[in-house]
Ligand binder design. Structure first.
Ligand SMILES: Cc1ncc(C[n+]2csc(CCOP(=O)(O)OP(=O)(O)O)c2C)c(N)n1
Ligand code: SF4
Length: 245
């Protein structure tokens, strides 16, 4: 029998805690593949955030530092400076990165820290029951915007790639999605790119991944994919926002 695709060695084989249809599981698989392909498991240190994003640490065989809400880029900065030979992975949801941790990500990007950021944008706070995030779309209903997000009083959803692209020290910024096989493959390539950039010492690199949270959005897994295709991609255009070699 020819084995075409095997389970990545750097991630566990157990079932995940993620809800059915959640995007975190797909992203976990892509991260595992990229770690194996680049051979970085032994030198990787994961800075874990809060949120459903945090349980990544249960499935990856690498060292982990659990960080206070939003502080992963600050903790990652410290690790990278003390151990420049280590590989630092920053994995954050939108509540973590773009709400309480907005200052940390902006300043890490502005300093041009040589780190790899994977930013999971599911337009909500998944773990704590689907509250409004900085990325929640206009009109989107959440537990804290039950009539739908409005510009007045709540502001517009924040486009993080576009925001960080204004900082001169950022080196690679791309927004991808995992709504289709084609886009999953593009996401994998972007993850590899942000990993390779750190290995090459290029500097601050981030991929923002539009991801499904069917439970937080209170829709079926199929409807969650449609929500990305019909709503999220319109407001958060996919593509490369910065690429400095
Ligand atoms: C200082 C602090 N405030 C609040 C919380 C509660 N909390 C845990 S997870 C979470 C939301 C995380 O949302 P997001 O980053 O979007 O991740 P997701 O669950 O969607 O993956 C919050 C507010 C916390 N852990 N620490
Ligand atoms: S609440 Fe949302 S982000 Fe969290 S595991 Fe469930 S589907 Fe995924």
């Amino acid at each position: 029998m020819n084995i075409i695709k095997a389970q990545p060695k750097s991630i566990t084989t157990e079932s995940t805690k993620y809800c059915p249809g959640c995007g975190h599981g797909i992203i976990l698989r892509l991260i595992g593949e990229a770690i194996d392909e680049l051979g970085i498991r032994e030198k990787m240190i994961l800075t874990a955030p809060v949120g459903c994003a945090v349980v990544l640490y249960d499935y990856i065989f690498c060292d982990v530092v659990e960080c206070a809400h939003g502080r992963a880029p600050a903790v990652g900065t410290a690790i990278k400076r003390v151990h420049p030979d280590k590989f630092v992975l920053i994995y954050q949801g939108d509540g973590d990165l773009a709400a309480i941790g907005m200052a940390e990500i902006i300043h890490a990007a502005n300093r041009g820290e040589n780190m790899s950021v994977i930013f999971v944008n599911n337009a909500t706070y998944g773990m704590t029951g689907g509250q409004m995030a900085p990325t929640t779309l206009i009109g989107q209903k959440t537990t804290t915007s039950p009539s739908g997000r409005t510009i007045k009083g709540m502001g517009k959803p924040i486009r993080v790639c576009e925001l960080l692209a204004t900082l001169e020290e950022t080196k690679y910024l791309e927004r991808t999605s995992i709504n289709s096989v084609r886009n999953i493959n593009k996401t994998k390539a972007a993850i590899r790119k942000v990993f390779q950039n750190q290995l090459n010492g290029i500097g601050f690199s981030m991929v923002e991944i539009l991801s499904m949270c069917p439970v937080g959005w209170k829709v079926s897994p199929v409807e969650a994919i449609q929500f990305i295709e019909e709503q999220m991609i319109n407001y958060f255009p996919l593509g490369v926002y910065k690429n400095v070699e």
